[in-house]
Design a protein around this ligand. Structure first.
Ligand code: ACO
Length: 435
């Protein structure tokens, strides 16, 4: 057996050998270098064969050691550790370290890392002025994306992306400041005074305080909600080459500073087919309004009127393991915050959909967004904030993808090819001669 692929071009009768490269195990991915297809030509002046793969359905754009997903079996691992183990035993900051550095930290390394993140949480006072420029009803994700891009102007040294120490400092800043910007965006939209970070609290405890502290002198986040948020954040840290990670790598490949690349990644996340889906799930559950209306709603989905938000995934053709953990945690949250009628509708929607041929045939299962919106709403976050709540914990994932891309000798500026299907060369017609 040889690890090659033989291709016969039936236009010319020529045979070509192309090597097959594997991931950690052959079942973790096997690929051919598609640039080798360029030698397949019908004549010397022929450009050579390209792979045509809109939306990268079957193209590996990189080799990565960060996250492993087996969508058929519903497996998700960060740096080899199953998501279930990390959710049960770890903390968000520890997982952020793992994803960025590749290994779980020692106790000392975790202490230093946590200190570095917690002590970079303040933003420059000018950011508050910048914030005030947004309209009162500005979507917080629009504010987050623009403000994180604006951070680029505060840290001009961040352009030195090939200097590892500089790179790490920006990583601390970005992971630290995303919750601060998120809370500022929320408070701006509500007209509340801004709350400064409190470095004595945990990452999530501080975020909850910056979001929800009003006139209490000693705001204390509820420990159960603080812990649940930490686990929800762990579940969102990375998800290999999705739309936003791909934006991070693609924009980062022209070597701008990481603030603008993170802004691009967050913009990719904003759309309703990606991180904006949980906001849509909540709107959908409100629209359904009562469990009795679920069958009629499912009928409309099957008619193709609209999609069931929070269902389906490009990679998972099984239950998303993150959705399972979120579903199990939802009652803990509701014990603190009170019953949610939306949960009843969601459970009924899931029950009916999972028994329906339409969804079974297409392998459509709940994804991470199906339950996260219910948890967030119960905790008091408005739907507008949901994609922002996704961007905060995804930041270390984007940064790990970016650093891996920068250090990968195979990578260059991202530049896909196209198959041109437009007009051939034609003569310019002056405007008075056009019919
Ligand atoms: N509801 C109803 N039908 C669906 C859904 C859905 N949520 N998702 C896919 N389908 C159907 C499609 O209509 C299509 O049916 P057809 O073969 O009869 O035409 C079939 O399933 C395959 O759909 P594709 O669009 O080819 O699947 P793709 O892998 O490209 O899409 C996506 C994945 C975008 C996530 C899709 O499932 C979707 O739109 N889901 C709803 C939005 C959502 O929840 N997004 C969050 C994803 S998770 C994340 O980003 C964190």
């Amino acid at each position: 057996m040889s690890d090659t692929l033989t291709i016969i071009d039936n236009r010319t009768g020529k045979r070509y050998e192309v090597p097959i490269e594997y991931g950690t195990y052959p079942t973790y991915g096997a690929a051919i270098p598609t640039s080798d297809l360029r030698k397949i030509k019908v004549s010397d002046d022929d450009f050579g064969l390209l792979g045509y793969d809109p939306a990268f359905n079957n193209t590996a754009s990189c080799k990565s050691a960060i996250t492993h997903i087996d969508g058929e079996r519903g497996i998700l691992r960060y740096r080899g550790y199953p998501i279930e183990d990390l959710a049960a035993n770890s903390s968000f900051l520890e997982v952020a370290y793992l994803i960025v550095h590749g290994e779980l930290p020692t106790a000392d390394a975790l202490e230093t890392w946590s200190w570095d993140i917690l002590h970079h949480s303040i933003v420059h006072e000018n950011i508050k002025k910048f914030m005030d420029g947004f309209r009162y009803d500005a979507h917080p994700m629009g504010i987050l994306i623009s403000t994180v891009a604006a951070l680029s102007t505060f840290y001009p040294e961040s352009k030195n992306i090939h200097d590892e120490a500089v790179r790490h400092e920006q990583m601390h800043r970005l992971i630290a400041k995303m919750p601060t910007i998120a809370a500022l965006a929320y408070r701006h939209s509500e007209g509340y005074p801004y709350t400064y970070p409190d470095n004595d609290l945990s990452y999530c405890g501080n975020f909850l305080r910056m979001m929800f502290k009003m006139t209490e002198r000693n705001y204390k986040p509820d420990p159960i909600l603080e812990k649940v948020l930490d686990v929800v954040f762990i579940l969102h840290v990375d998800h290999e080459q999705n739309c936003s990670a791909n934006a991070m790598r693609s924009v980062g490949s022209s070597f701008p500073d990481p603030y603008v690349s993170i802004a691009a990644a967050a913009a990719g996340l904003y759309g309703p087919l990606h991180g904006g889906a949980n906001e849509q799930v909540l709107r959908m559950l409100h629209e359904i309004g009562h469990i009795d209306h679920v069958p009629a709603y499912i009928k409309k989905v099957k008619n193709g009127d609209f999609r069931l938000m929070g269902f389906g995934h490009r990679v998972y053709k099984n239950y998303d393991p993150r959705a399972r953990i979120l579903k199990e945690m939802t009652p803990q949250v509701l014990d603190v915050t009170g019953k949610s009628p939306l949960l009843e509708i969601a459970v009924e929607l899931e029950r009916i959909a999972l028994e329906d041929e339409y969804f079974i045939d297409r392998n459509l299962y709940p994804n991470v967004d199906f339950y996260s919106g219910i948890i967030y709403q119960a905790m008091g976050f408005p739907a507008d904030m949901f994609s922002v709540l996704f961007a905060i914990p995804r930041t270390p994932g984007w940064l790990a993808q970016w650093a891996e891309m920068l250090e990968d000798p195979d990578q260059k500026i991202a530049r896909p090819r196209q198959v041109y299907i437009g007009e051939d060369e034609r003569a310019y017609v002056p405007v008075d001669k056009r019919g």
